[in-house]
Design a protein around this ligand. Sequence first.
Ligand SMILES: [Zn+2]
Ligand SMILES: [Zn+2]
Length: 138
Amino acid sequence: MITPYTGGCACGAVRYEVTAEPIGMNDCQCRQCQQESGTGHLSHLTFLRDGVTVSGKAASFEMTGDSGNKKSRHFCPTCGAPVYMTFAAMPQMFTIRAASLDDPARFQPQAVTYASRAYTWDQLDPGLTKFATMPPQK
Ligand SMILES: [Zn+2]
Ligand SMILES: [Zn+2]
């Protein structure tokens, strides 16, 4: 049995529940994640969309990543908290923000992406695998 991953925005208007284990967890120090978070990085848990239920209506804006792929960053229109991200070219993926979890301690990063964009004031665990941009495609 999986203990669902539950969480949502700061005011509670947007909530989600995921009945699956994440397929990846990472910290991302790219410029877009910095702009969205307001600090040095965002922390992501990525799940397959099938296990995800969202309640409440998030607003979103679209950004184009270095790869040229479009991603939609979803946030609560009331409190402004970033909650999740979806990808036009990968509709099966659903990425939530670690701090939006009811229990953020369940986030256990495996890697850092876009470490080349990091600022000295945003030092992450030196034991994590770091990629200058994205991990190489297998
Ligand atoms: Zn909210
Ligand atoms: Zn990023």
